[in-house]
Write a protein that binds this ligand. Sequence first.
Ligand SMILES: NC(=O)c1ccc[n+]([C@@H]2O[C@H](COP(=O)([O-])OP(=O)(O)OC[C@H]3O[C@@H](n4cnc5c(N)ncnc54)[C@H](O)[C@@H]3O)[C@@H](O)[C@H]2O)c1
Length: 248
Amino acid sequence: MDFSQKNVIVTGGASGIGKAVVKGIVEGEGHAIIVDLNMEAAEKLRQELGETRSSVYKVDLGDSNEIRTVFGQILKDFGQIHVLINCAGIVSTLPFDQVTQDEWNKTISINLTGVFTAISAIYPSMKENSYGRIVNVSSVAGKIGGGLLGTSAYAASKAGVIGLTKAVAREGAPYGIICNAICPSLTMTPMTSNINDEKRKKIISGIPLGRGASTDEIANVINFYASDLASFVTGEISDVDGGITMDG
Ligand SMILES: NC(=O)c1ccc[n+]([C@@H]2O[C@H](COP(=O)([O-])OP(=O)(O)OC[C@H]3O[C@@H](n4cnc5c(N)ncnc54)[C@H](O)[C@@H]3O)[C@@H](O)[C@H]2O)c1
């Protein structure tokens, strides 16, 4: 996919799905701006890719003030951001009656408010440039209420991302801002590496394709929506879930 002349922010770009997204952007000749908390992993990736092909910024996506400050700096440093890919996220796996207020607040703060704030920090500049591509990473949990790994707080945060995606798509369309989301199911990343064999088998038994996804299989779809190949698609919530949802 062609990302030449494009500056692309990837939150959570240091690991898992985000890392595969970053690699795809750089392969497409774009400049990837990795926004993450894990500076060690982000720097390692930047070195791997060749130092001039990506940049790294430290942001805690649970801290709205920090997001606005650092994204403001990114805009100053790059002039124009063409694409924003919101990939960073955490999972919450507690049964409903064990979800504390802190667990709820933290999950919503990073997975939903963080996505809102990141978009909000870049949207005016995209509007001014009459060009923007935003891809949000939701989850099958946001559609079916969890049931694989994440539970209520996670499912609610990811369902919120679906509503936010549609609203930004609707309001951004007159200004050339396109916004879509993808809903992955089980993907082999550090987030899912601790699932025990029994649980993994149970999850996989519910996936029609009978396996989890590689990070590339998810990143390919994210990068499609981030690219101009998808220039007439907006407000789409795309299942990349091995056939779990099939909701039309
Ligand atoms: N792995 C799966 O099975 C799966 C399934 C559905 C959806 N997802 C979603 O895909 C996205 C990527 O997940 P992954 O599996 O690649 O996870 P991962 O843990 O490998 O990567 C998540 C990245 O986000 C970063 N991050 C976490 N909290 C942050 C914060 N507060 N501020 C800045 N960065 C932060 C981490 O440092 C890490 O680099 C998440 O939004 C996740 O909910 C994953």
